[in-house]
Design a protein around this ligand. Structure first.
Ligand SMILES: NC(=O)c1ccc[n+]([C@@H]2O[C@H](COP(=O)([O-])OP(=O)(O)OC[C@H]3O[C@@H](n4cnc5c(N)ncnc54)[C@H](O)[C@@H]3O)[C@@H](O)[C@H]2O)c1
Ligand SMILES: O=C(O)[C@H](O)COP(=O)(O)O
Length: 598
């Protein structure tokens, strides 16, 4: 359990410690600290992991979550269910938590990530909308965000239909009136749905389920969604139309898009003015997609006959909210996902995603990290290790270390270009490039962000090889431009630091440094020496290392021609002393050497 929390592993091999997609940071006063040593072939370094004394991570559940989900979490972690926390209480608790689970009622803002001091590694949203989570801040802090995108779809669609029919027949108002002892049959004459046009705005999961149901009610359904596939619309018998056409021709408009910068207040004075007089609006998406002041004006102007709102820009709305008080508006307190079945479903969906992420599996519901299928990850596993090590080697060859700005990665493969997902490899090379020269922790979530923030420009190139595409990759080159090297032989003919690696028998190997072909397994650390090729060099260096019991795992010599310059690559299991390294440097035939930690 401890190892799996600290060292995020590939799904197919939960106990593997090779990768660290999400690595935990050091120490906490309140918790026991476990120092884990990893097998030599997996990791050179030891990692510090924050774990409770019982060896379990801590998950804070900040909003009510279905029991089945809580039980799943408890099998893996200490679960702290603390509901109704103030923002200050959340910030003070969060530094003791590895994961946080919320619904839509908790603002997971930048302050929360900053207050976590790097310990928070996963935020689970028990639902779809992630507009209450600051995704940019999560990514900057290397925190994975996962949601539960499917389990409440039907519940939300059913609520949309409930609001549509209730609004058309004044059910809520008539109920209140009848309960007040009145019998107002003529006041609550409704409108029929059959034959009316419903515009579904946002034809995603909920929108398409609403469309399907509305067709069953005999409505003519059109939809607007700039990203929806036409075949899905065709299959349901819905016509995809432009925004203007949708709002101009609809008798009913049902909103189902996420709240983003581009959908914010998309129903506003200007767009209400284009609608058919007497239109009715249903919103089970997010309050912010409607300009609420504009809606009230449109109702007063008789453009909008009625609205049914489940969501509000501010939740809960003020007690004297003009929206809630308006007799042409029916309101529910964000109940779209609130069925027993949906809540049980999202609880399980989010709990599985959070536990999986803490174990190191890349969640299929990741919102701010590449979603890479488990089978692809399994195949790429040795190349992931190679990628990180090549990044580490390349950056250590730079003189000064900090001036790295331009990196080119070349992947040589016989697979078709669209048959190789390089995002994970790029992230791991970035991790290897940045971590040795900074205090920043880089993982799959924040790799691209961190590179960008440091002005590191990484370009990727694919080289298509002939041959059978059994292996996803033949080799990876990492090339750093416009820098000087502390090991001049690492500079290629075109003037860049260049290292090349391959995977042999599942183990990453360094196969080229600059123009010199070498072959050393990337398992321990490496000494690279340039020398004049002559007999006895291997023995001389080997005996210096042997004298202080440093085990040599690998030694190869790459030379331009016999008795000319050669590069000797020596893999060592232990770190040689400074004295031994000095003695190696003083061997007359050795022109330059460098010790590189992997
Ligand atoms: N009231 C509730 O309790 C409740 C429950 C579930 C979902 N929701 C909300 O409903 C919305 C939809 O959820 P979903 O699961 O269907 O998400 P989804 O991602 O499956 O669908 C959203 C759709 O909106 C489309 N879209 C994006 N920008 C658009 C634009 N400018 N115009 C039109 N369409 C646009 C997307 O292409 C996508 O197809 C989300 O905002 C979600 O938070 C609310
Ligand atoms: O986006 C969602 O999934 C819904 O709005 C549900 O939100 P809730 O989890 O707060 O009910």
């Amino acid at each position: 359990m401890a190892a799996s929390l600290s060292s995020i592993s590939l799904k197919s091999s939960p106990s593997s410690t090779t990768s660290s997609w999400l690595r935990h940071r050091p120490l906490s006063a309140t918790f026991g600290v476990t120092t884990l040593s990893f097998p030599r072939h997996c990791e050179k370094t030891r990692r510090f992991v924050v774990l409770a004394m019982d060896g379990k991570p801590t998950i804070l559940v900040a909003e009510k979550l279905g029991e089945a989900g809580i039980n799943l979490l408890k099998e893996f972690a200490n679960v702290d269910c603390s509901y109704n926390l103030t923002p200050e209480e959340l910030c003070s608790k969060i530094s003791l938590c590895d994961a946080l689970i919320v619904r839509s009622g908790t603002k997971v803002n930048r302050q929360v990530f900053e207050s976590s001091s790097g310990r928070l590694k996963v935020v689970g949203r028990a639902g779809v909308g992630i507009d209450n989570v600051d995704l940019a801040a999560a990514t900057e802090h290397g925190c994975l965000v996962v949601n539960a995108p499917t389990a409440n779809t039907v519940a939300a669609a059913e609520h949309g239909i409930a609001l549509l029919t209730a609004m058309a027949r004044n059910v809520a108002q008539a109920d209140a009136s009848t309960k007040a002892g009145k019998w107002e049959r003529s006041k609550y004459v409704g409108v029929s749905l059959v034959g009316k046009t419903l515009a579904v705005m946002g034809f995603g999961k909920v929108g398409s389920e609403v469309a399907r149901r509305a067709k069953g009610l005999g409505m003519h359904v059109i939809a607007h969604d700039p990203y929806a596939p036409a075949d899905r619309a065709r299959a349901i018998g819905v016509e995809l139309v432009s925004f203007d056409e949708a709002i101009a021709s609809a008798d009913f408009i049902s909103l189902h898009m996420p709240l983003t910068a581009s959908t914010s207040k998309m129903l506003n004075d200007e767009t209400f003015a284009k609608m058919k007089k007497g239109v009715r609006i249903i919103n089970v998406a997010r309050g912010g997609v409607i300009d609420e002041e504009a809606l009230l004006k449109a109702i007063d102007a008789g453009i909008v006959a009625q609205a049914a709102l489940d969501v509000f820009s501010e939740e809960p709305p003020a007690k004297d909210s003009k929206l809630v008080q308006n007799e042409n508006i029916i309101a529910t307190p964000h109940l779209g996902a609130s069925t027993a079945e949906a809540q049980e479903g999202v609880a399980i969906e989010v709990a599985e995603a959070v536990v999986g992420a803490l174990k190191g599996e890349l969640a299929a519901t990741a919102v701010n990290a590449p979603m890479v299928p488990a089978e692809v990850l399994t195949e790429l596993k040795p190349f992931v290790a190679l990628a990180e090590k090549l990044g580490r080697l390349a950056v250590q060859l730079v003189a000064g270390g900090s001036g790295v700005k331009t990196v080119k990665i070349t992947y040589a493969s016989s697979r078709a270009p669209d048959d190789l997902d390089t995002r994970v490899l790029r992230a791991m090379i970035t991790k290897g490039l940045i971590e040795p020269i900074s205090s920043v922790f880089v993982n799959l979530v924040n790799a691209d962000f961190t590179a960008k923030q440091r002005g590191l420009r990484i370009t990727e190139e694919r080289v298509l090889l002939d041959g059978s595409p059994e292996s996803p990759l033949e080799l990876i080159h990492v090339q750093i431009s416009n820098v000087e090297s502390k090991f001049a032989s690492a500079i290629s003919d075109s003037g860049e630091i260049k290292v090349e690696g391959r995977v042999k028998d599942g183990i990453p190997h360094l196969t080229k440094v600059g123009t010199f072909e070498v072959d050393v397994s990337l398992e321990g650390s490496i000494i690279l020496c340039r020398q004049v090729d002559q007999p006895g060099m291997i023995g001389t260096v080997g005996s210096i290392l042997g004298e202080e019991n440093v085990n040599v795992s690998f030694m190869t010599v790459g030379r331009l021609a016999p008795r000319k310059q050669a590069v000797m690559a020596i893999g060592v299991d232990e770190e040689p002393s400074k004295q031994s390294l000095k003695r190696i440097g003083e061997i007359p035939a050795i022109e330059e050497f460098v010790y590189l930690e992997l």
